[in-house]
Design a protein around this ligand. Structure first.
Ligand SMILES: C[S@@+](CC[C@H](N)C(=O)[O-])C[C@H]1O[C@@H](n2cnc3c(N)ncnc32)[C@H](O)[C@@H]1O
Length: 489
């Protein structure tokens, strides 16, 4: 069976240069990427790089003796520049709008990678990643009409070229076949294709690509939310009180150095009052991976005129500070998005001995109410359909405490509070669950573009039917929140 060459290390390098080949990386709502001038700039650069760096002999590194589709080199360069510029717009500015400066930066980074790693590496990564995307979509749908596959309508709708070359390559290497069903030419995976997808998934997981892809999608989702606080209050009417209780409970002194992880739009900092409590003699740094949310937080900081708070874009698994930097490291509602052991270990690392770590987070519900199961059935079913991808669930009741103990902390205190989620507004509840809470992020990242949009629509529709069926009084979902505080030894 055909296998791609081992590209794990090359992909790690590719990602660490902040490059992207991300056929999925566009705004959740629009498939348009560039105006005509920017398109020509990228396209002409791609042609130029192909002329400068590609030679016929390079092809043999990519798919062995199989014929390489003619347009693939130019497309690989085009997609790398385009996706990198979009990724950087999302990361640096929290939006999908791309201008010439971002394109020129992406052109520069792409050329540096080509010069240092070789153009065949770039084209190889492109072939592997696009094969993964195509195979993922075919596994999800089972069969895709050839015409729809070729114009990428369900899984890569923004492309301005036909995928017939990629289909041909799949057919030649034996992973994809055409089958006539009811007189229509349908594309489907072969047994080999299923195996190839498993192998590719493994390589892409080991190289960090799958996690990166999921995180970028989550950031796109979070940045897409118009007003996080309004949405949260419609679902969790007690949110304001709970944050205040948490701030009281952790008994934090003024004048100290604090890190808030997953600070989002700055609600805990400003409206709850962490920043005011720390005061001008101390300092708070807020980190969050979603730039759109940080931009909102920075605006609020200015409105409050608070000078002793700053923000950095970072995730809790990679806190950009040295050991024992802060007196306290706190966070609200971020743990369900993160890799829990890594997150807590990083928080401990940057906290001084004698300082503390604290988190407020939802706990995994003991059971799901019937109305919730009916409403979210399409996405709960995905877990079965996609087999190996489990739901990235809320922490279990003793999980955080046990991890903090393992990490060598002391004086661990916990407090649980029962609250309810109010599901009476089907649109807002769906938006909050999908875009805001990150409950289904691992699953949704495995779903092709069009299917994801269809699922979200279906969930909204289900919400409206559930509201009619159960009546608004029933649409209350009790969950528990947990406060945890531990002292670093
Ligand atoms: C539910 S919001 C809570 C925001 C804020 N703490 C508050 O109380 O309003 C979750 C936040 O976690 C952030 N987040 C997601 N993944 C993260 C990660 N790996 N590390 C740190 N924060 C993350 C999101 O961007 C989002 O801003």
């Amino acid at each position: 069976m055909f296998r791609f060459p081992d590209l794990k290390e090359a992909i790690q390098d590719f990602l660490s240069c902040q490059l992207a080949i991300s056929p999925w990386l566009v705004s959740p709502e629009t498939t348009e990427r560039f105006d005509a001038d920017l398109f020509h700039l990228i396209n002409n650069t791609a042609k130029e790089f192909e002329r400068l760096y590609w030679s016929y002999g390079s092809a043999k590194f990519i798919v062995g003796n199989f014929p390489l589709p003619e347009r693939i080199v130019r497309t690989a360069i085009y997609e790398t520049i385009a996706s990198t510029a979009i990724q950087n717009a999302l990361l640096l500015r929290g939006e999908f709008f791309v201008d010439e400066t971002l394109i020129l930066q992406a052109i520069h980074t792409t050329e540096t990678f080509i010069v240092t790693r070789g153009i065949e590496t770039l084209v190889g990564i492109f072939a592997l990643v696009t094969s993964y995307e195509n195979h993922l979509a075919l596994r999800y749908y089972g069969q895709i009409p050839e015409r729809i596959f070729n114009n990428g309508e369900w899984h890569r709708p923004w492309i301005d070229y036909s995928l017939s070359d990629e289909l041909m390559l799949g057919a030649v290497i034996g992973s994809i076949r055409i089958k006539i069903t009811n007189g229509i030419r349908m594309v489907e995976l072969t047994e080999c294709g299923i195996e190839l997808l498993q192998i590719n998934t493994e390589v892409l997981k080991l190289s960090g690509y799958v996690d990166h892809r999921k995180n970028m999608l989550q950031i796109a989702f979070l940045n897409h939310l118009e007003d996080y606080e309004e949405l949260e209050l419609s679902l969790i009417p007690q949110a304001t009180h709970i944050r205040r209780d948490f701030l009281e409970w952790i008994t934090i002194s003024s004048g100290i150095q604090v890190l808030e992880v997953g600070c989002g739009t700055g609600t805990f900092l400003f409206s709850t009052g962490l920043a005011q409590k720390i005061g001008a003699r101390g300092h708070v740094t807020g980190i969050d991976p979603a730039t759109g949310m940080l931009a909102h937080a920075e605006l609020t900081r200015r409105l409050y005129g608070i000078e002793w708070v700053d923000f950095q874009r970072a995730d809790v698994e990679h806190i950009p500070f040295s050991e024992e930097y802060f007196d306290a490291c706190v966070g609200v509602g971020f743990l369900q998005y993160s890799d829990l052991p890594r997150a807590l270990s990083e928080m401990c690392r940057v906290t001084k001995p004698g300082g503390f770590i604290a988190s407020l987070h939802p706990l995994e519900p003991e059971h799901l109410p019937d109305f919730y199961k009916t409403w979210f059935e399409p996405v709960l079913d995905l877990d079965l359909k996609l087999e190996s991808f489990g739901i990235h669930a809320f922490p279990q009741s003793n999980e955080v405490e046990a991890t903090l103990t393992q990490l060598g902390n002391t004086q661990i205190e916990t407090k649980e509070i029962s609250i309810y989620l109010d599901f009476r507004n089907p649109e807002m509840a769906t938006e909050f669950f999908i875009y805001g809470l990150g409950v289904f992020q691992d699953l949704l990242a495995q779903v092709p573009w069009q299917a994801r949009l269809d699922l979200i629509e279906e969930l909204k529709q289900n919400g409206r039917s559930v509201l009619e069926q159960y009546g608004s009084e029933a649409l209350i979902f009790p969950i528990k929140l947990q406060m945890v505080k531990a002292v670093k030894i």
